[in-house]
Ligand binder design. Structure first.
Ligand code: ADE
Length: 354
């Protein structure tokens, strides 16, 4: 059984990553966790290989032209590394990054303040950019297009527009809902990329890397077991590493093996393909109460006592990806594969209902 802390690849990853020389005792198990394990370079950022290659070219070209990178939009389900990638780009461009999110830019002065604080070449990262309000969007248009801030003063006949120059900057927007972005805002991004779910092999590497940074002993099979149940999402994989390592500490002197990982994930009610209680309840509800669907998302959210946005952004993307759920104009439908996975005996009868 190979213990990953001896793994040569991991040692190389550690060398390449600037932020990994952190002693385990200094790691706070809180919201800083994600920042602690965030890769800082393309070499240590696992997965999204096609995207990384095109980004490297764009970065090289921008550097040769001595201009900031074009404005970039990343879209895709949560937890796939959009913020992390923005940090890697900043590192690669050798510039600072300011990170905010659309709900924090409610008042005009919030967006004006942040734009005026930018220095030449800096990156402004706006998460959940589809949630920007109209006023903030309109302030952003000339800022993105001409690097200027159009301010109005006075009222009615005395109204004056003042155009203030801004330093050249790069806006990186991230969204889980590309379709919810207004057309004019979307058109102002030079580069638009979708982030894909990770393969099991890629997630295994993520689990091994995170365990190594946190000095957690884990076997190859233990890493695979966690990866298999992480729904294609590194953020979930990293959270599960934490949970499983707690269990391993109590039950197995801290070492994560396949058996320890499986037992611990079973206790957490995460099934063998990574579905959690909410996912299973959603599918069961559609099967048992709505004959497999179609049924509207609002009805499902009300019946489950969940927020529509949580269902749409957190539960649905992976269920759609693995073909367990379908979106139709009349609502959500489950697939025969989902029925089979959930162990419905009358699966063939159920199928005829769809
Ligand atoms: N942690 C979160 N996302 C990651 C990624 N893409 N590569 C490595 N570690 C990660």
């Amino acid at each position: 059984m190979s213990i990953i802390s001896d793994d040569k690849d991991i040692k190389e990853i550690k060398k390449a990553d600037k932020n990994v020389n952190i002693k385990p005792e200094t790691i706070e198990y809180d919201k800083n966790f994600e920042n602690t394990i965030r890769p800082k370079t393309f070499e240590t950022y696992i997965g999204q290989s096609a995207l990384k290659e095109t980004l490297k070219i764009s970065i090289e070209a921008a550097k040769k032209r001595e201009l900031p990178l074009d404005h970039l939009l990343f879209y895709g389900p949560p937890g796939l590394g959009k913020t992390t990638l923005a940090g890697v780009i900043a590192e690669q461009m050798g510039v600072d990054i300011k990170i905010t999110s659309a709900p924090a830019l409610e008042r005009p002065r919030d967006i004006i303040g942040i734009l005026m604080s930018l220095k030449g070449g800096e990156i402004l990262f706006i998460d959940e950019i589809h949630r920007l309000n109209r006023v903030a969007e309109e302030i952003l248009y000339p800022a993105m297009e001409d690097f200027s801030l159009d301010m109005t003063t006075g009222k009615a006949q005395t109204v004056k527009t003042l155009r203030l120059p801004l330093p050249k900057f790069t806006l990186i927007g991230a969204t889980t809902k590309a379709g919810a972005l207004s057309g004019p805002l979307r058109d102002r991004f030079g580069i638009i990329h979708r982030l894909e779910f990770y393969t099991e092999d890629e997630l295994t590497q993520v689990v091994k890397r995170t365990s190594s940074i946190l000095d957690i002993a884990i076997t190859e099979e233990g890493a695979k077991a966690i990866a298999r149940r992480s729904r294609g999402t590194p953020r979930i994989a990293n959270r599960l590493v934490k949970r499983v390592s707690d269990y391993a500490l109590v039950k197995n002197n801290g070492k994560i093996t396949e058996d320890i990982a499986n037992k611990s994930l079973d206790i957490l009610n995460i099934d063998d393909i990574g579905l959690d209680t909410t996912d299973r309840n959603l599918l069961k509800l559609i099967i048992e109460k709505f004959n497999g669907g179609p049924v509207g998302i609002e009805t499902l959210a009300a019946a489950l006592g969940e927020d529509v946005r949580t269902l749409e952004d957190v539960s649905e993307p992976y269920l759609l990806q693995i073909g367990f759920l379908q979106r139709t104009p009349r609502g959500r439908k489950v697939s025969p594969a989902a029925c089979k996975h959930l162990g419905y005996k009358n699966f063939s009868e159920q199928q005829s209902l769809f």
